[in-house]
Design a protein around this ligand. Sequence first.
Ligand code: SF4
Ligand code: SF4
Length: 80
Amino acid sequence: MSRIEIAAELCKACELCISVCPKECIEQSDTLNLYGVFPMRMRDGAECTGCTMCATMCPDAAIEVYRTVAEKTRNQEVAK
Ligand code: SF4
Ligand code: SF4
């Protein structure tokens, strides 16, 4: 499963990332950051696909996406 990391101190809580995530992976946290807003975080149990829509949309480059690459099977290796 892919995942994201959101830099809480960079987030201004504009919610653009929430609006574009097709899997509803992002939610607002309940802890204030230095901006005095409640930053976003990855929701527990989120099924992130690593599509990068959230990171592309974030105006403050607060999101990093870690995409899981499917492990090749032995047959795929041989067919190569
Ligand atoms: S990478 Fe895609 S699926 Fe994952 S949290 Fe961002 S928008 Fe959602
Ligand atoms: S788009 Fe970026 S700045 Fe806006 S709420 Fe999401 S993480 Fe925060």
